[in-house]
Design a protein around this ligand. Structure first.
Ligand code: HEC
Length: 142
């Protein structure tokens, strides 16, 4: 019984070591900033930076655990997909800017999984309201 448990633990450790060798999840690039939106105020940018930039900009802060599989796979996928949909560092390529304030208002974004490790992105109701109206104003200014 004891032996079986030890074998299982060793097996899991070996597996954990092996998955670290998978290349996906290590491309932690931050390409150059192309063009930001014409922000309506510095406060809107600050709130967006706090709650959105890690997945929706080229200024991602890659935490240490983003190097450890399998978490690294989830982080890489969220940043790749997030940048593809909306990139605040490449505003000219954003296709549906009207969606941006909407998803905040509806509580869809920031992604809930992100909030576990990012308490600074848990916006108070007042911050959320300010971000929604700031994003609406920013989108109208383009
Ligand atoms: C943890 C990473 C992460 C954070 C933080 C995050 N997003 Fe997203 N966002 C994504 C991903 C991944 C998608 C693509 C999801 C999809 O297509 O289903 C996405 C999609 C979107 C979309 C496209 C519409 C949609 O629902 O697919 C908008 C708009 C958006 N995000 C806005 C924001 C805003 C605004 C913030 C900050 C308040 C934010 N996101 C924070 C990862 C993130």
């Amino acid at each position: 019984m004891k032996k079986t448990i030890i074998m299982i633990i060793v097996g899991l450790l070996v597996l954990f070591g092996l998955i670290q060798l998978i290349p996906f999840g290590h491309q932690h690039t931050n390409p150059a900033v192309v063009q930001e939106p014409n922000w309506d105020s510095p406060q809107t940018r600050e709130l967006a930076q706090q709650a959105c930039f890690d997945c929706h900009s080229n200024e991602t802060v890659w935490p240490w655990y983003s190097n450890v599989a399998p978490v690294s796979w989830l982080v890489q996928r969220d940043v790749n997909d997030g940048r593809r949909r909306v990139n605040f560092s490449d505003w000219g390529r954003v296709r549906e800017p009207d969606e941006i304030p909407e998803v905040v208002e509806e509580g869809e974004m920031p992604l809930p999984i992100f909030l576990i490790m990012h308490p600074e992105a848990r916006l108070t109701q007042a911050e959320k309201d300010a971000l929604v109206s700031g994003l609406q104003a920013t989108v109208r200014r383009q």
